[in-house]
Ligand binder design. Structure first.
Ligand code: ZN
Length: 402
């Protein structure tokens, strides 16, 4: 048992900052939270004084590529041996943890290395955050991500492909609804898997209580995925009014991944392929507009950075929070999006996403109050995963160019 006291608590459910809080951790779980005035002197002597600091739930990142290094051309990594992918991924996952992220959702596997990595974390061989995998993304023949994904066509083909991924023990199913930005030769406005194809795969995931996510940039592909019953739209660059209405009606979430363009334009202009720069430029303005419109309309929004794309580092999750605040969203609302709302989108809200009795003790301690300055998320003092203190050390890690 451990007792922490004298901290400000970010209550992401009530959207409040509660001073003079205390919390009791037992085994892997939060047992009690409350006002420290309730504590006896004896209890205080035994507790850990977090004077002046802030406690909040561990951050979520719903859209990452753990097995990819954020170099200019990540696709060049595909020639690597699968064993090396696992090692790479394990280093990256530790960067998440050390930067305060206790839950990640991996948006594509590579050569099945993600399965071994997930098992290695589960078996305590390596340290990592809660690691949700989709295995291979399902894409049409020749579609976006077909180099690492599983190609499938037609209702029967997509149903079978979803069943194959689920048989491998994946946590969710990812579908490709439109072309991409980083892939040569396709257009982000083109629709790819059809509504009926996606619906068949989504049905299989929902039958076993698992979530689904769709890569979608263009307006038509976004609407196809929503009508097919998808749980979250990833990117959503060219979301139109009809799409927003459909999202509200179907309770579909949006994970806007604003960090892709932020990091790409900041660092990567010289050596990133020109087609990717051109497409990203086109998409950036639209994506920000789509995000703000969806936010205003009340669409459920989650945090995801798409880390592993060029110059988009695995320790940079804070940037997605910062970008949203810089666009005028209130700090506490963005923090709720990146904790409890993201937990709901991933389907793990019963055990994660807020500081409440009965939930896993996945929390972070900050020296500054992120509700006053969101950049406080860059300075994580302590990270606790299932009640255990994580050794933070230095999270800087420069992508090395093979
Ligand atoms: Zn992605």
């Amino acid at each position: 048992m451990a007792l922490f006291y004298n901290f400000g608590l970010v209550d992401v459910l009530k959207k409040e900052y509660i001073e003079n809080s205390y919390m009791i951790i037992e085994a892997n779980y939060i047992k009690f939270i409350g006002d420290q005035a309730e504590l006896s002197d004896y209890q205080l002597q035994k507790g850990i004084d977090l004077k002046g600091q802030t406690v909040m739930p561990g951050l979520f990142n719903l859209h990452i590529h753990a097995l990819s290094t954020p170099i200019a051309r990540p696709a060049t990594l595909n020639v690597e041996d699968p064993s090396k992918f696992g090692i790479r991924g394990s280093v990256h996952l530790q960067q998440y943890l050390k930067s305060g992220v206790t839950f990640v959702r991996d948006m594509n596997g590579r050569k099945k290395a993600e399965t071994g990595l997930k098992e290695a974390i589960r078996d305590n061989i390596v340290l990592g955050p809660e690691y949700y995998i989709c295995g291979q993304a399902l894409t049409m023949t020749g579609g976006h991500g077909s180099n690492t994904g599983q190609e499938c066509d037609g209702i029967d083909g997509c149903r079978k492909a979803a069943r194959e991924q689920l048989k491998r023990g994946v946590d969710f199913i990812k579908l490709i609804a439109t072309g991409g930005v980083m892939s040569p030769g396709d257009n982000e406005h083109e629709t790819q898997l059809d509504e009926e194809e996606m619906a068949a795969a989504i049905k299989e995931a929902h039958k076993v209580g698992k979530k689904t996510a769709a890569h979608a940039h263009g307006a038509e592909g976004i609407k196809n995925a929503i009508k097919a019953g998808i749980d979250s739209i990833e990117h959503g660059s060219y979301l139109d009014d009809e799409g927003i209405e459909l999202m509200l009606k179907n309770n579909t979430a949006l994970v806007p991944t604003l960090s892709v363009d932020y990091f790409l334009f900041r660092h990567g202009r010289q050596d990133v392929p020109q087609y990717a720069i051109d497409k990203a430029k086109r998409a950036e303005e639209a994506q920000i507009k789509s995000f703000l419109k969806a936010w205003e309309a009340g669409v459920m929004i989650g945090i995801g950075t798409d880390a592993g794309t060029p110059y988009n580092p695995h320790y940079g999750t804070y940037q997605e929070f910062v970008s949203m605040v810089d666009l005028g969203i209130k700090e506490i609302d963005v923090i709720s999006a990146g904790t409890i709302t993201s937990a709901k989108i991933a389907g793990v809200e019963k055990e994660q996403g807020s500081i409440e009795p009965g939930k896993l003790a996945n929390f972070i301690v900050l020296k500054e109050n992120p509700i006053q300055d969101i950049r406080a998320l860059k300075n994580i003092n302590m990270v606790y995963l299932k009640g255990n203190l994580v050794e933070i050390g230095n999270v800087e890690y420069l992508p090395h160019l093979d």
